[in-house]
Design a protein around this ligand. Structure first.
Ligand SMILES: [Zn+2]
Length: 245
């Protein structure tokens, strides 16, 4: 984590911190644009202004609007800093006790009424967000904020209602086999292809491993296993019988 940092406001400190515990970072030492540095300093100054020096625990925002503006600016700054430092540093965002590693993760957990995916940068294409979650061992899917449909494969529009406000969620990995078949390719062992219904309400194509392909049954309970990326192959999501705990 040598090149990893997080954006977090704290009293009388620079708002960027090394993840390895080496303390705060003067943003002037980073390859950021002057505009971004100024924005960072203004953001942390807003936070400092709230501090009650005599009794820090009684510090209060002057208004709800001021507080909301501060917490909206944080993740927006994160996206800007992340983009400007891409390739040199990984930038995370901390709010309260939680560190967010991906913008999708933040926006799926934090409700910002007037904000939506519209502010996600271009490089946050749904398929790429999904791939990053999978590389980290998590099966991500989307949920439509308008009609609550669980959506898979990741996309930008809800296939049920057309809404664009789709939030990321992480699947428990619990599923049942909806359909299964065994494929035989010349010169290879037979393998299973299955449609899996996940507990959260979406269906995906995958395969069941850890048993004979022809033994896989419809209705069987299975659970996710993410096979890590190898050489040039990306991480993939497979399933195994639930009993194989
Ligand atoms: Zn919808």
């Amino acid at each position: 984590m040598q090149n990893a940092m997080r954006l977090m406001a704290d009293y009388n400190c620079w708002p960027l911190w090394w993840m390895n515990g080496d303390g705060d970072i003067d943003p002037h030492t980073l390859p950021l644009t002057p505009q971004t540095i100024e924005r960072l300093l203004r953001w942390s100054a807003t936070f400092d202004a709230v501090l009650n020096w005599d009794d820090p625990r009684s510090s209060e925002w002057p208004s709800i609007e001021a507080r909301d503006a501060f917490y909206r600016e944080g993740p927006e700054l994160w996206l800007v800093v992340r983009r400007e430092l891409a390739g040199s540093y990984s930038v995370f965002y901390q709010e309260g006790g939680t560190v967010f590693y991906e913008p999708g993760e933040y926006y799926s957990q934090i409700r910002l009424s007037e904000r939506s995916n519209a502010m996600m940068p271009d490089d946050e294409a749904p398929a790429r967000v999904f791939a990053r979650y999978l590389a980290a061992g998590q099966l991500a899917f989307q949920r439509c904020a308008a009609c609550t449909a669980a959506i898979f494969y990741p996309r930008v529009l809800c296939p049920s209602c057309g809404a664009t406000d789709l939030r990321w969620e992480i699947s428990s990995g619990r599923g049942t086999v909806y359909a299964t078949t065994t494929l035989h390719s010349r010169g290879e062992f037979p393998y299973n292809v299955a449609l899996i219904d996940l507990a959260e309400g979406f269906r995906m194509m995958s395969r069941v491993e850890g048993m004979e392909p022809a033994e896989v049954r419809i209705g069987m309970e299975v659970r996710l296993r993410v096979l890590p990326a190898q050489d040039d192959a990306e991480a993939i999501a497979v399933f195994e019988p639930w009993e194989a705990a």
